[in-house]
Design a protein around this ligand. Structure first.
Ligand code: GTP
Ligand code: MG
Length: 187
């Protein structure tokens, strides 16, 4: 089951230019290439967000109106070995500004844990858990994980206090659960 009605509304770099029509927003965050845009396409059953094999495809905040009820917001990815890069600084100030918006109802953090949970991921989770919005954790690319990788991923999340998370392998069953969760959180 995917969303029946989804449409691209606007792209911009300024948080202040977000839709402010009383509907809630759900922000998708995660490293570059984790699968944010691909997940939006899977949930909407159509290619409305640009995805790419190359990291850094999404440069703007992209707003998609879902079922006329809420906005899914596709954001640029975080993650760089160089913390002082312009992109990283821009990303941090954008997120810090966005998390204060009254429209923001919840955040979904996407994680590709095939290579394990990095220190940067842990710092980011710790930061997000303090911003005062519900945080949904979604494991992506689980179709490419074996049982041992899945068990390690679960253990590493449990170790930092995360017991609840959903997995995405782009199947209908996985997408359906995520569709329901996002709809509930974004109200
Ligand atoms: N097998 C598999 N591939 C996936 C999955 N999700 C994403 N991908 C692939 O991963 C690559 C990156 O996906 P994107 O959706 O562009 O990633 P993104 O998080 O939007 O990346 P940025 O816009 O750069 O931040 C693409 O080649 C996708 O086809 C998944 O669940 N399973
Ligand atoms: Mg993207």
């Amino acid at each position: 089951m995917s969303y029946k009605k989804a449409k691209f509304v606007i792209s911009n770099t300024e948080v202040s230019a977000r839709p402010k029509d009383g509907r809630g927003h759900l922000l998708l965050l995660g490293r570059s290439n984790v699968g944010k845009s691909t997940l939006i396409n899977a949930l909407c059953g159509q290619k409305i967000a640009f995805s790419s094999k190359k990291a850094g495809k999404t440069k703007l905040l992209n707003y998609f109106l879902i079922e006329d009820k809420f906005y899914l917001v596709d954001a640029p990815g975080y993650g760089s070995t160089d913390f002082a890069t312009k992109d990283t600084i821009q990303f941090s100030s954008m997120v810090e500004e966005y998390v204060k918006c009254p429209e923001l109802k919840a955040i979904a953090l996407l994680l590709d844990l095939r290579l394990g949970l990095s220190e940067e991921d842990k710092r980011f989770i710790s930061y997000l858990s303090k911003v005062g919005r519900p945080l949904a954790i979604i494991l992506t690319k689980t179709d490419k994980m074996n049982q041992s990788q899945k068990a390690k991923a679960k253990a590493s999340l449990n170790a930092i206090g995360i017991e609840q998370y959903l997995s995405s392998d782009l199947s209908g069953a996985a997408s359906s659960k995520i569709c329901d969760l996002f709809m509930r959180l974004a109200k």
